[in-house]
Structures are given as structure tokens and as C-alpha cells.
Design a protein around this ligand. Structure first.
Ligand code: FES
Length: 178
């Protein structure tokens, strides 16, 4: 298999943005956006992509790994068709986030950061999704669709069951958005 390469689009963005930063700072400044773009290109960011980015941005692989592991929106493994992220931070936790999360685990037959056997849903427990007043909160991204994930707020067991039913049918239930 041919070695991975950053796309022409990513290379063009790096060349465009690099001169905007002070001498020696561009690589660090571009690390997160290039990680995000690389994830769009490859679907996830594995060790090979980390090395690729590190070499291109004149950073160490350890630095790029550190950034990629800090942000939960960067997937280290290929996610299932749907990536279901459930916030269990304190605001959501007080409103029953673990009931919702445990229901997901039970119905999907997975633990945190695992993908269902049919490759349909990856479940991830995440820190605050910035909708703390509307917990429990979850978001769903569809593989290959890099646009902003759909948000689901004020979740309870009935709503998460409806969401899981819909995902099993191959659709995201937009009508449960609030
Ligand atoms: S605590 Fe869950 S969205 Fe902030």
C-alpha cells in the first residue's frame, strides 16, 4: 500500500497560513487545524498520520500526539458509521448522564471508545459539550461527513432509545434536536 500523503488541499492551506505566524511558531499554531483537516482526509488520525503531520509542521511526533489526544474530536481509531459522544461531565452527570451512557453501552454491547460489532456506532464518553444547561447532552457525527455534529439535549432514556433505534436504521433523528 502506498504511503499516506497529505492532500493537495492541506498542503495549499499550510503554504497559505505558514507565513502569517512569527518565525518558528507556525508549526505549533497549525497543528490542530492540520490534524482536523487530516482527519477529514483519512477518517481518523493514526500513528502514520501523526508522523506525517509532525514532519510537515517541523514538530516532534510527541507534540502532535499530545495535541491529538487532548482533543476528543480527533479520532485515533476509525469510528463506526456514527460516532455517538455522550457528555458525562458534572453538569450532565447531575441530570442523569450516566443513565443515558449506560443505556448506550448496554444496547450497543460496547464499553467506552468501542464500536458496535456491526461497525455502525462508536460510543465515546466526553467532557463538556458546551450545552451544560441542557444536559444530558450528546452529539452524533457521521463518518465521512465532516460538518458540525448534530446535538441532542435534555436526554432521558426514552430519547436515547429513540436515537439508538434510529441509528440502527441508518439515520440520525434530527427531530430530537432539543
Ligand atoms: S457538562 Fe455536559 S455539556 Fe457541559
Amino acid at each position: 500500500m502506498a504511503a499516506k500523503q497529505l492532500s493537495n488541499e492541506i498542503e495549499a492551506r499550510i503554504r497559505q497560513l505558514w507565513p502569517r505566524f512569527p518565525e518558528g511558531k507556525a508549526g505549533r499554531a497549525l497543528c490542530l487545524p492540520v490534524l482536523y483537516m487530516a482527519q477529514e482526509q483519512f477518517g481518523h488520525v493514526d500513528a502514520e498520520v501523526i508522523d506525517l503531520i509532525a514532519a510537515r509542521l517541523e514538530l516532534t511526533p510527541a507534540h502532535v500526539t499530545g495535541v491529538s489526544t487532548f482533543y476528543f474530536m480527533i479520532n485515533k481509531d476509525r469510528p463506526g458509521r456514527y460516532h455517538l459522544q455522550v457528555c458525562t461531565n458534572i453538569g450532565c452527570q447531575l441530570m442523569g448522564a450516566y443513565d443515558v451512557f449506560d443505556r448506550c453501552k448496554a444496547r450497543l454491547g460496547v464499553s467506552n471508545r468501542q464500536t458496535s460489532r456491526d461497525d455502525n456506532v462508536t460510543l465515546t464518553e466526553v467532557e463538556c459539550l458546551a450545552a451544560c444547561g441542557f444536559g444530558p447532552v450528546a452529539q452524533i457525527a457521521e463518518r465521512g461527513k465532516p460538518e458540525i455534529p448534530l446535538y441532542f439535549e435534555n436526554l432521558d432514556l426514552k430519547k436515547i432509545d429513540a436515537i439508538l433505534d434510529a441509528l440502527a436504521e441508518g439515520r440520525v433523528p434530527t427531530e430530537l434536536g432539543n
